[in-house]
Design a protein around this ligand. Sequence first.
Ligand SMILES: Nc1ncnc2c1ncn2[C@@H]1O[C@H](COP(=O)(O)OP(=O)(O)O)[C@@H](O)[C@H]1O
Ligand SMILES: [Mg+2]
Length: 384
Amino acid sequence: MASIVMKNVEKRYSKKDEAAAVEDVSLSIDEGEFIVLLGPSGCGKTTVLRMLAGLEELTGGEIWFSGRLMNHEPPEARSVGMVFQNYALYPHMTVFDNLAFGLRSRGVPKASVKQRVHDMAELLGLSGVIDHRPKELSGGQRQRVALGRALVRDPAVFLMDEPLSNLDANLREQMRLELARIHRRVKVTTVYVTHDQNEALTLADRVVVMDGGNVRQVGMPDEIYGSPADTFVASFVGSPGMNLWTLEWESTGDCISMGGGVLELPYSFLPALEEAGRSVTVGIRPEHLGLSLVKADVKVVCRVELLENLGSHSQLHAHLGNEDSNDSKNLVARLDSNAYVDPGEEVVLTTSAGAVYLFDAISGERIEVADARYVHQENRYSLA
Ligand SMILES: Nc1ncnc2c1ncn2[C@@H]1O[C@H](COP(=O)(O)OP(=O)(O)O)[C@@H](O)[C@H]1O
Ligand SMILES: [Mg+2]
């Protein structure tokens, strides 16, 4: 098992002035940690993984495994196991032979190969199909063989690039649980790439949120969700993401009125707002907005566009404010499935102060509200 240090890692695929695929990534990963790189398509996740594997040269920075500089080490000297999105098993070989292939080609003694393959098959629940060929396996079993093939060689670092994205939704969920279980058992240092926040939040010890070749935030899953560093993380994590509205505020005497009265905040926000300036970006998660909260410190006026009943809950789509204009800001709220509102109706949604985030209107960086940590924590349990 290895620890990993990335220092100002950069990758430019061409010498021209184009934007770097990976601009400046620094990150320390502990031995045995499960790290998830999360971000939209094209943000540089695969490039980072390929540089860790030695499949891509760095154009800047350093990569260290357990105190050894890896920049110029070839892939085979790095002891990495890798599973890609489009993994291919050897179709004419049995599960046993697929798992054994890497060990045999490295000259591991026969008895040891047998033992290790059987242990791996046991761990992955493949013992019953050990003599089957890939075409006789289910999608989930094939996926397990691919994982097993990478893990059986006992790599120092395990790299996975969207390994579940070709599976259907049910299987994906099942394999996610399976991956968590396997990691608890083998505890190998893992870097896992995905654009799926559910995978990231459920699997990761720490999530690295990337955008445009840069790291936006590194944190434990509940930090990423509960204390997003900026508007990008706030809107990317959460389903749907956080509502974000850039509005001007004024103090009315008994509350703070924003956007000419579409949003009301209590006075406790005044110091933070004064620091932010006249214009500020307010964020509230859809799941924290409701029609009738007993403790309603915060009010949001909106005009209903559509209410979608999704069974377990309903999703309200509305426009901020009561004007019927096309350029008004959108709002999404997650309501109880028995909530009822009419399209066109004006509705006041409420939430508590702890559910409100402030961001700098220009940089997008989050502005701490006094006691935000405490109230956000409380909020998660009482409202989520
Ligand atoms: N081999 C390559 N040659 C040139 N550009 C590439 C190559 N691979 C990736 N890129 C570019 O680098 C950026 C990051 O790509 P990638 O690492 O694949 O992102 P992700 O895995 O997050 O979708 C993208 O703009 C992509 O088009
Ligand atoms: Mg990719």
